[in-house]
Design a protein around this ligand. Structure first.
Ligand code: ASP
Length: 596
């Protein structure tokens, strides 16, 4: 038999009760977290969004409530009326541990089936089960705290953006393709049979049109949809802080974002200083072997090609040789060195060479090819000290000029730093990366493609190269794009845009779009650009990633209320799903077998 809530009103949250509340009459509502039945006394840990409180049902003092409490099971929903008393011995593990509530009345508002896993913080249910029963999972502290943090971060961002004069403006979800390099999610139109909307990969075109429309400063906390082959920590729909401003310098955009990030970090109790350092893409690759360098630790790369000169043929070296020093790793065993080599090979290295630096000198299998003197020079070039290990790698350049060896060394740098535990968890190192190429080579499309998206501005002196026949020349064009990086994670990218219609059209042409394709796909935008477009630029940050980092979570799924799996499924709602044939008929759609 269930009781009704009636007019009963909650007076407090469980987790908020403190010694100062002693002797108060309170009404608490929530879920039965744990029940201990000692006969005359029944203890309940009552849980709500704020945490836990201990309730005591005493058979002598409140026989009716005690009898009712005998029926309680995990996850039953109850309302308890009672008096707060100070505990004789406080429970330091509980925020409300100084007090307990002596119940005078109990209402059982709902029962619950036995949950498939116990709702507790040290959960050993696997992620699939957690996602299937996400509503139970959400009752745990960690997801609840993560969503609370997300709320506070987003609220702070909205305040900051408002204070800086940005309007939050919504852009359509049912729209036309917006190229961000992924596949579109398509939505069939019933009214226009055979035609489709695309869900936005980003509001890119719309936000630029808002600038053309004179809105001056736009932002939006917005969902974006990208049908990509899902890599480990991606979601088919994700949330961006998207912004655009008119008449901006790059510095103006950077300082808006720096302000936002400093405030968002402060919400999570993290102090960061602005301005954030800036680094050219080429330098990031050269020094860290990555376009999203983790600046929390050193271990920079060193180009040691000259010292390998005598062995270039023997070792089949066709690019540069990059080395890094792993501090204190001279003690690594044969097995550990083999693991490093194995890892580097799996990342595409052609040669992996290790040098151990000790007080007695430098030892390495390289000695027979390069001589003892070269070993010392390599160690010196890599800033290695006694006790350190130097790792040098070479790689075949699949795409010339991409610094394949540096990129592999960059990944080894992260792996070794992790293994050696030298990455400080409490440092927050932001950086801006600039100086990207406008185009890159796509091995799948066998042509140049936009490195970011086709609206990215171009260095003025490079614009004439748009019509150059040579891919190499076009790949040397520099863009006005930039990325924001935090602790080795790319948080987002943006650019000063192309604002001249004629240049935009030439970019589409350079990307191989015919006149007809340009007109069909981008005609409305090219048209808009021709009616007085202000210079403009902006950026978008991945808010799931920002929140995950601030929450100390490895996966963005932990900061999304209803995330999808790596196979793009919602295990709880069981989406995607089949639909009724009537629905398909109405849309004029007939299904075909698709090869998996
Ligand atoms: N639309 C871009 C993105 O989603 C960001 C931008 O250029 O502002 O990455």
């Amino acid at each position: 038999m269930l009781d009704s809530l009636g007019t009963l009103q909650r007076t407090h949250y469980c987790g908020d009760l403190r010694a100062a509340d002693a002797e108060k009459e309170v009404v608490l509502m929530g879920w039965v977290h744990k029940r201990r039945d000692l006969g005359n006394l029944i203890f309940i840990d009552l849980r709500d969004r704020s945490g836990l409180a201990q309730i005591v049902f005493n058979k002598e003092q409140a026989p009716a409530a005690h009898a009712r409490a005998e029926e309680l099971r995990s996850e039953f929903v109850i309302a308890v009326t009672g008096r707060v008393v100070k505990r004789q011995k406080a429970n330091p593990d509980l925020a409300s541990g100084e007090v307990e509530i002596i119940a005078s009345d109990l209402r059982i508002l709902n029962s619950a089936k036995t949950p498939p896993f116990v709702v507790e913080d040290d959960l050993n249910a696997n992620e699939e089960t957690r996602l299937h029963y996400r509503y139970l999972d959400l009752r745990r502290t960690r997801p609840r705290q993560n969503l609370a943090l997300r709320h506070r971060v987003i609220l702070e961002i909205r305040k900051a953006m408002d204070e800086m004069g940005f309007y939050e403006i919504e852009t359509p979800m049912l729209t036309r393709s917006t190229p961000e390099g992924a596949r579109d999610y398509l939505v069939p139109s019933r009214v226009h049979p055979g035609q489709f909307y695309a869900l936005p990969q980003s509001p890119q075109i719309f936000k630029q049109i808002l600038m053309i429309g004179g809105m001056d400063r736009y932002f939006q906390i917005v969902k974006c949809f990208r049908d990509e082959d899902l890599r480990a920590d991606r979601q088919p729909e994700f949330t961006q802080l998207d912004l655009e401003m008119s008449f901006p310098t790059q510095d103006a955009i950077f300082s808006v974002i720096e302000n936002v990030m400093v405030r968002a970090c402060a919400v999570a109790g993290i102090t960061v200083k602005s301005p954030f350092p800036r680094m050219e893409y080429r330098d990031a690759i050269r020094r860290y072997g990555s376009d999203k360098p983790d600046l929390r630790f050193g271990m920079e790369l060193h180009n040691v090609s000259e010292h390998f000169a005598p062995a270039r043929e023997t070792f089949h070296i066709d690019g540069s040789v990059h080395a890094l020093t792993a501090p204190g790793a001279a003690v690594f065993s044969r097995k550990q060195l083999d693991e490093i080599a194995g890892k580097a090979k799996s990342l595409g290295a052609r040669g992996v060479y290790t040098l151990k630096v000790t007080a007695d000198g430098v030892t390495s299998p390289l000695e027979k090819n390069l001589g003892a003197d070269a070993l010392k020079k390599i160690a010196a070039a890599a800033d290695a000290k006694p006790g350190d290990l130097v790792v040098a790698v070479t790689a075949k350049e699949q795409i010339p000029g991409t610094d394949a060896a540096a990129l592999i060394a960059g990944q080894l740098r992260l792996l070794l730093a992790d293994q050696l535990k030298i990455i400080p968890a409490d440092r927050w190192e932001f950086s801006w990366i600039t100086g990207f190429a406008l185009f890159e080579w796509s091995p799948t499309e066998k042509s140049v493609v936009s490195a970011q998206h086709p609206f990215t501005g171009i260095f003025e002196e490079d614009i004439p190269k748009l019509e150059d026949d040579s891919d190499e020349v076009r790949m040397s064009m520099r863009s006005k794009g930039y990325d924001l990086v935090l602790n080795g994670v790319e948080l987002g990218s943006g650019s000063i845009r192309i604002h001249q219609q004629e240049v935009q059209d030439r970019v589409f042409k350079a990307l191989g779009l015919s006149e007809e394709q340009r007109r069909n796909r981008f005609g409305f935008f090219l048209d808009a650009l021709s009616y007085g477009t202000p210079p403009h630029g902006g950026i978008a940050l991945g808010l799931d990633r920002v929140t995950a980092l601030l929450a100390g979570e490895k996966s963005i799924r932990e900061v999304i209320a209803f995330p999808k799996t790596a196979k793009a499924q919602d295990l709880m709602a069981q989406a995607p799903s089949d639909v009724d044939s009537d629905q398909l008929d109405m849309l004029g759609i007939q299904l075909k077998k698709v090869e998996e």
